[in-house]
Design a protein. Structure first.
Length: 371
């Protein structure tokens, strides 16, 4: 049984949430750091993490870490990695990555050196001079931080936020992984109802149903490592079957979405059907001024704000209306994400707790009302 070290990057602020997810699914030696969680396991762990994790951006195999203050050190470090254990003679191995606070700051140059070192290592292994790279994709990902280079293999392919249900979206959708993290923080599993008064393309609504019913978010998509020769198709079949067995189809959960925009309502309905949760979702066209709180439901929303769809004054008026229409308490809690630093003043109530999160490149606060 092959043992490996993995890394799962995540949105800043969701590290502990991702760590709990990994521990719940049986990952070993889970360690939380800024922007990522590391863990250990085998190929079954790899498949399970890709299929089940809701807050990870992708699942990476950590190949090695070493000091790299010069291109020579970077080349030698990559040359020492056991690339042939994963990359076959016909496989593709593109290179991507980033560098922060390091002497090697040119990304194109670093990519070129890593690619050259990988080619030289594999040439010696396979005794060939040219690689067609027509086979399965094994993307090499590098992170150089304060002159320490870490090289990974990307097992996910497309980012894990791409669940497969949201091919269409409105002007400013919230990322699925961020939505799932907020939903975890809101403890949606403890409720039988949730509402989003400004549902947009339906991300909070759909992810809430997934979380409440225990639906693995990766069940409806494929992953780069599924094409790798090293992993038996049986591993993926078994992990998908295990994830299916965890779904609580009988749970009486309902998600209610509202939006002023007819197109947003239609889009949420369409995306919910694609996600396979259409029967658990009810969407209504409604102005926030006419909102009537659903008693016993947890409310989660991402209202428009100045940097996004409305100007600042319009956003602040919207916050006032939200504060007037919502009456959060311990039985009907409310979780609102926004970058507006004075949200509480316009909402009219101080949050019981705040948490810093990033929505794309925008620093936000999650305002939590649960008392």
């Amino acid at each position: 049984m092959t043992r490996m070290k993995f890394a799962a990057p995540c949105i800043f602020g969701l590290e502990s949430t991702l760590g709990f997810e990994l521990k719940r699914m049986g990952a070993e030696n889970v360690s939380v750091t800024d922007g990522r969680v590391t863990f250990e396991g085998d190929y079954s762990t790899l498949a399970r993490a890709n299929i089940r994790l809701s807050t990870a951006e992708r699942v990476l195999i950590e190949l090695g870490s070493f000091k790299a203050e010069s291109f020579a050190e970077l080349f030698d470090g990559v040359m020492a990695l056991p690339l042939e254990e994963f990359i076959a003679r016909d496989d593709a191995f593109p290179v991507k990555g980033h560098s922060i606070d390091s002497k090697l700051h040119s990304i194109p140059d670093c990519q070129s050196i890593i690619k050259k070192a990988a080619v030289e290592r594999l040439k010696k292994t396979y005794r060939i001079e040219h690689f067609e790279e027509t086979g399965a994709v094994h993307r090499l990902s590098f992170n150089i931080f304060k002159d320490t280079a870490t090289v990974y293999l990307d097992t996910s392919g497309a980012g894990l936020h791409k669940r497969g249900y949201r091919r269409n979206s409105n002007a400013a959708p919230i990322k699925e992984t961020l939505a799932a993290g907020i939903i975890d923080l809101a403890k949606v599993r403890l409720f039988d109802k949730m509402t989003d008064p400004m549902c947009g393309s339906g991300t909070f609504v759909i992810e809430s149903v997934y979380k409440a019913l225990g639906v693995a978010p990766g069940l409806r998509r494929s992953f780069a490592a599924e094409k790798w020769a090293q992993i038996s198709p049986d591993v993926w079949r078994e992990e998908r079957a295990a994830a299916m067995a965890l779904i609580d189809k009988e749970k009486p959960f309902k998600a209610y979405g509202f939006d002023l925009d007819t197109a947003a309502v239609d889009l949420t309905i369409e995306n919910a059907k694609k996600a396979g949760v259409g029967s658990k979702v009810q969407v209504t066209e409604q102005d926030i001024k006419d909102l009537k709180p659903v008693k016993g439901a947890v409310t989660i929303c991402n209202p428009p704000y100045g940097e996004r769809l409305l100007d600042i004054k319009q956003a602040e008026e919207l916050y006032k209306i939200l504060g007037q229409r919502l009456a959060p308490d311990k039985d009907s809690p409310c979780f609102i994400i926004t970058p507006h630093e004075e949200f509480e003043r316009f909402f009219g109530k101080k949050a019981d707790k705040k948490r810093k999160l990033y929505n794309g490149m925008i620093k936000c606060n999650l305002y939590m009302y649960f008392k």
